[in-house]
Design a protein around this ligand. Structure first.
Ligand code: ADP
Ligand code: MG
Length: 224
């Protein structure tokens, strides 16, 4: 399993009590597997992604990413694991306003110390995969919402992650563009052998996923 989450408990302080956001959660995703997590607002979906992304440290339980146990790792190690092994796509594209499409991707390679020449080839390949060739020199304000989300996805794949974590990628898009993004994620998952977890409200997104999990009150269960 490329991503393995075992017996995770996460609580947030809530006045003089604690709010249990993740209640003994188990999740395992294999290479090339596209998993979806659905559930009502406030049920713990984003918290699960934050733990899987090593951005939030759970109270207990273990997270293994690409064979490395992240439990108890230092911040520096977690930062490196995120940079080299995890692609993160959140709801808002969070692109840098002043950068062109191509540069949004090249920045990622620069952060990981990749060779600039090689990085440009990789960036162009990914932009072709998300159907953005011809838009390399556009800045975010010159792109549509769907295009920005595709830049976001390409950027997340720049450093060849094994794990892809996606939070509500279609929420800012109309139905048709939302569907295209989900199909694209399914294709990329298979082609790059990614272990992908997508959180979604959009039940029509589930036609292209392999496994569906439901989150309710911090408890995760697999749907048959
Ligand atoms: P979802 O993504 O399913 O909407 P979240 O994981 O964002 O759910 O939130 C789960 C629960 O944890 C909610 O009750 C939310 O209010 C609470 N929560 C989320 N983040 C924090 C935080 N940083 N501090 C305190 N409570 C939080
Ligand atoms: Mg959320």
């Amino acid at each position: 399993m490329t991503l393995k989450i075992t017996d995770i408990v996460l609580t947030y302080p809530d006045g003089d009590r604690a709010l249990t956001a993740l209640d003994h959660v188990e999740l395992a995703v294999a290479p090339g597997e596209f998993a979806a997590v659905v559930g009502p607002s406030g049920s713990g979906k984003s918290s699960l992604l934050a733990v899987a992304a090593t951005l939030v440290t759970p109270d207990s339980g273990t997270v293994t990413v690409a064979g490395q146990d992240v439990t108890g790792a230092s911040q520096a190690t977690k930062t490196r694991i995120r940079r080299d092994h995890i692609g993160i796509v959140f709801q808002q594209a969070n692109l840098l306003a002043s950068l062109t499409t191509l540069d949004q991707l090249l920045v990622m390679a620069h952060l990981s110390g990749g060779r600039p020449g090689k990085a440009e080839g990789r960036a162009r390949e990914l932009l072709a995969a998300v159907d953005l060739l011809g838009k390399e020199h556009k800045r975010p304000h010159q792109l549509s919402g769907g295009e920005r989300q595709r830049v976001n996805i390409a950027r997340a794949l720049m450093n060849r992650p094994e794990v892809l974590l996606v939070d509500e990628p279609t929420s800012a898009l109309d139905h048709r563009r939302g569907e295209q993004i989900v199909t694209l994620l399914a294709d990329l998952t298979r082609e790059h052998g990614l272990a992908t977890v997508m959180v979604t409200h959009d039940l029509s997104a589930l036609t292209s996923v392999d496994t569906t999990f439901t989150m309710a009150d911090g408890r995760l269960s697999q749907q048959e």
